[in-house]
Design a protein around this ligand. Structure first.
Ligand code: ADP
Ligand code: MG
Ligand code: MG
Length: 900
């Protein structure tokens, strides 16, 4: 028989999966001997069973009865007994703390009889009746789903009637009347009486907690936080204690150390003669914890000891909820406390100094995402601000600029020295130049995996996406929100960490952590105040430790010398992916057009010859920036049509010219070529190695440019380490053909230039066939680089640009996946292929070098996976390099699943 109910004396903090966070920690505190009001936890498994079957498992009722009897025995009171009632609270508690679920119902067990009993034992009738009316109100709203304003209105009317300004001024008689009115509301709204039988109250509340797992708000929260939909929540049933039994009672919250600075010492708020929620609700002014010491010295002393014990036991900052009932302290909740990114690093450092944790443990206490937050510039928190609307927090940081509605305007204005904010309904690859020119990106449509979001994160640009209240008309150049209209040139400020969009030009403060990352610890702490110095030093200490313990190297994806230098400053140990397609755009596009249009071999060769020196110069600069470190250059990957004009636009242009009777011969010729290159599914068409084997001379040009660049660097006394990477290989035969040609060219250049050239040749593994035949392919490859973006596309059969906008949100709603497989690697599917590819690679070539390029290389959860399958390096965008360093370190000290 499955056990669905555990009392607090069974279980511990490590059982969050089964008991939920709150339940597991209540059990832990009980085990430590802290004064927790007795109770029991109904497991998440019971909740899952309920949600699956639409009814509670048969054993649950019996088990609850048994636990309840034991509880009653322990307390010497019966639930809802008329003379001396036991009352309980019913509290939800999932594995991860989660707003949006059912609120706690206090005072379960009160009814028309037990309210009198409670009044007698408490010696306070008013308190009893107030508790009863609170129960009906809370129960009515959260369990019976009655509009809470019904109760609030009745309460207000009652206060007016009796001339009472505040709740506490209501007399016992007024409260009795109010309870009658509340009961009438329940009858009117639900067609039944407020349940008088205590056990029915309990059962209804338990079921309501189960059901609240699936409320709209809860689902939304889980989607944003990437919490799986199938965990379910636990339910805690806990003996009531009363902080509102007069002046020797009270309730409060406390932290074992300051959650915003990490400084040791106890912090918190306390309210005398109050119950739970009153503290957070902010209706009355709370006193500090120190003042609690003067009013209630005994329970305060105990609380301090308990806080100390908890921190030593959890070896981390904890927060607690507690209540004092007539001088006796009760602990109602604890957990490892939430903290800002800033505090996380500082607390980790402090705990090491206090010898509570080791450096390895400290590394587990911070995350790459927290580091990212510290790297972005921030909106000045002290400035005035007017919120316009909100979208998704897609890429953190603060961006302040004037509105532009298209890339051309963005580029033009940025060149003129303006700070611009690109505002679009959504973005597509054509917007890239505009995104680069802008300080931030704001879109009305698309989620966290939309083009705008992904590209912005990659570049380290601030981005808010999916701000659906915005109506953007790029042609009219207007952005409408509510009744306000904004035009080009108007100032906006966006906060990519919160998704907020503000009107006007807010102040931005730069990030000290970024300065440290770029300039090193000595320059990095110059002129900083003590607090910030502590933060920067903590980041340095943890990052240095991560570098020491990590097994994975961290390289960068970079296509320019600037990016290479920047990435190197941020700690990159080479280039894992240099895309060459960007080198064929801009002014050089005409040369590619010439090559594509060429009718004879000579024409084609002359176009390629013209590209050679340009490409060579790009490589020289990058090799110089990466001197002494490996630089993997990917041969041209995208289909050629990407270098040609758009089919529709060109068709229209030609048609219009023809209609006017002035056709342009070159356009007509181009159009023929564009039609010829047109593919119905370019992602699976003529690209990558297929292009190299089809377009004569193309890959040869690139290999020659790279080899000559390396020779130039050698002659200049440098230490170039270029590597040639062939994209989209599915068969060893494809690789062999390219390899033979490449080796010939490299030997030729070495001979001509009189230098020795070592240029490893390897391939991307981005097709399932490549992963499956990795052992063969490895015979001809010096290295593999897993191209996990394309591997995800080809494994799932997803075309990323199509699927993300079309149905990913729906898939996440339905729980097909909790996180986009383009953001975090799909371990069981795509990851399995990576693993197969890695094993095959090593079997076919024991000396093979294994890496990952593609966005997953900068994603924490994915990095942990790549570490676990034994790859040699990950490669990510420059801005993500520090994150990858930290996470690669964390991967070696924690378990491979831990990313949070
Ligand atoms: P949350 O997760 O929102 O904190 P809780 O279950 O902790 O919800 O409870 C809400 C409030 O009610 C808290 O202030 C808590 O301290 C108080 N509370 C919960 N259970 C009891 C109880 N058995 N006795 C007294 N107060 C309680
Ligand atoms: Mg709580
Ligand atoms: Mg690819």
């Amino acid at each position: 028989m499955t056990t669905y109910v555990y009392d607090f004396e069974h279980g511990d903090k490590d059982q969050k999966d089964l008991l939920g966070g709150k339940g597991a920690n209540l059990a832990e505190m009980t085990k430590l001997g802290l004064p927790v009001p007795p109770g029991f936890t109904i497991t998440t498994e019971a909740c899952r069973a309920y949600l699956e079957q639409g009814q509670a498992p048969a054993e649950l009722g019996v088990q609850v009865t048994k636990e309840l009897r034991l509880l009653e025995q322990k307390m010497g009171r019966r639930l809802g007994n008329a003379d001396d009632p036991l009352l309980v609270s019913v509290r939800s508690g999932a594995k991860f703390s989660m707003p949006g679920m059912m609120e706690t119902v206090l005072n379960i067990g009160l009814n028309d009889d037990s309210v009198e009993g409670l009044g007698r034992i408490g010696g306070d009738e008013r308190f009893a009746w107030d508790s009863y009316r609170r129960l009906i109100q809370m129960f009515g709203a959260t369990v019976m789903h009655i509009e809470s304003s019904r109760f609030a209105d009745a309460l207000d009317a009652k206060k007016d009637e009796h001339g009472a300004k505040t709740d506490p001024e209501l007399s016992v008689d007024a409260l009795r009347e109010l309870v009658d009115e509340y009961k009438q509301i329940v009858r009117d709204e639900t067609g039944r009486d407020f349940p008088q039988w205590p056990r029915e109250q309990l059962d209804m509340a338990i079921i309501a907690v189960f059901k609240s797992w699936n409320t709209e708000r809860a689902r939304l929260y889980r989607r944003r936080e990437r919490i799986p939909h199938d965990l379910g929540t636990a339910v805690n049933v806990c003996t009531m204690v009363f902080g509102n039994m007069g002046d020797t009672s009270g309730t409060g919250v406390a932290f074992t150390r300051d959650p915003s600075t990490g400084h040791s010492g106890h912090y918190g708020d306390y309210l005398i003669n109050a119950q739970g929620e009153d503290v957070v609700a902010g209706i009355r002014n709370t006193m500090s914890l120190a003042d609690m010491g003067t009013h209630h010295p005994e329970p305060f002393k105990q609380l301090e000891q308990n806080l100390h014990l908890l921190e030593t036991h959890y070896r981390d900052l904890c927060d607690v909820e507690f209540t004092v009932e007539r001088g006796k302290l009760w602990m109602l909740q604890t957990r490892v406390g939430k903290r800002t990114a800033n505090a996380a690093f500082r607390i980790a450092g402090q705990l090491v100094d206090e010898q509570l944790i080791t450096m390895n443990e400290a590394l587990e206490r911070v995350t790459g995402e927290q580091l990212v937050q510290l790297m972005f510039p921030q909106l000045d928190p002290d400035g005035d601000r007017t919120l316009l609307t909100r979208g998704m927090a897609a890429s953190p940081g603060a961006a302040v600029g004037t509105i532009v509605f298209d890339s051309a305007a963005a580029v033009a204005k940025a060149e003129a020295g303006e700070k611009v904010l690109l505002v679009r309904r959504e973005t597509n690859p054509d917007d890239l130049s505009g995104m680069i020119a802008s300080v931030g990106i704001l879109t009305a449509r698309g989620g966290k995996t939309s083009h705008a979001a992904v590209v912005a994160r990659g570049m380290g640009r601030t981005c808010v996406c999916g701000a659906e209240e915005l109506q953007i008309d790029a042609n009219a150049k207007t952005m409408v929100v509510g009744d306000r209209t904004f035009g080009e040139g108007d100032w906006l400020s966006i906060d990519g960490a919160t998704g907020e969009v503000f009107e006007g030009e807010l102040e931005v403060v730069p990030s000290p952590v970024m300065r440290y990352l770029e300039e090193g610890i000595e320059r990095g702490v110059e002129g900083l105040d003590d607090e910030t110095t502590e933060l920067v030093k903590a980041v340095d200490r943890l990052l240095t430790h991560a570098d020491k313990v990590r097994r994975l190297d961290v390289r960068t994806n970079a296509d320019t010398a600037d990016d290479s230098r920047r990435a190197r400053q941020l700690g990159a140990q080479g280039i894992g992916l240099c895309r060459t397609e960007h080198m064929f755009l801009g002014d050089r596009r005409v040369l590619i057009e010439r090559m594509i249009l060429a009718t004879s071999d000579e024409d084609k060769q002359s176009a390629l010859d013209a590209l050679l020196p340009l490409q060579r110069q790009d490589f020289v600069e990058m090799l110089e920036a990466m001197d002494g470190l490996p630089m993997t250059v990917r041969l041209l990957d995208p289909p050629l049509h990407e270098f040609l004009p758009d089919l529709t636009e060109l068709s229209v242009k030609v048609a219009v010219a023809e209609a006017k009777g002035e056709p342009d011969a070159r356009d007509v010729e181009l159009l023929t070529a564009v039609r010829k290159q047109h593919e119905s599914n370019p992602m699976l068409g003529l690209r990558g190695v297929r292009l190299g084997l089809t377009v004569k001379g193309l890959f040869a040009l690139q290999v020659r440019a790279l080899a000559e660049a390396a020779a130039i660097r050698k002659q200049a006394g440098g230490d170039p380490r270029p590597e040639v990477m062939v994209p989209l290989v599915g068969s060893i035969n494809e690789l062999d053909l390219i390899r033979d040609e490449a080796e010939r060219i490299i030997a030729e250049v070495a001979e001509q230039q009189g230098v020795e050239l070592q240029m490893p040749i390897g391939t991307m593994i981005e097709l399932p066939r490549a992963a499956l035949t990795a052992e063969r392919i490895a015979e001809s490859a010096d290295f593999f680089s897993f191209g996990t973006n394309d591997l995800t596309q080809t494994t799932w059969g997803f075309s990323r640009d199509d699927v993300e906008a079309a149905f990913f949100t729906n898939y996440m709603d339905k729980g097909v996946f909790t996180v986009s497989p383009f953001e975090t690697i799909d371990r069981t599917g795509v990851g399995r292929l990576v693993q197969l590819g890695a094993e095959g690679g090593r079997a076919g070539n024991p000396g093979i070098h294994l890496g990952v390029c593609g966005e997953h290389g900068g994603d924490p959860a994915s990095i942990h996976f790549f570490d676990s399958v034994g790859l040699d390096y990950v490669s990510c965008s420059p801005f993500r390099v520090p994150v990858a360093r930290l996470e690669a370190g964390r991967a070696t000290v924690g378990d491979s699943d831990a990313t949070a």
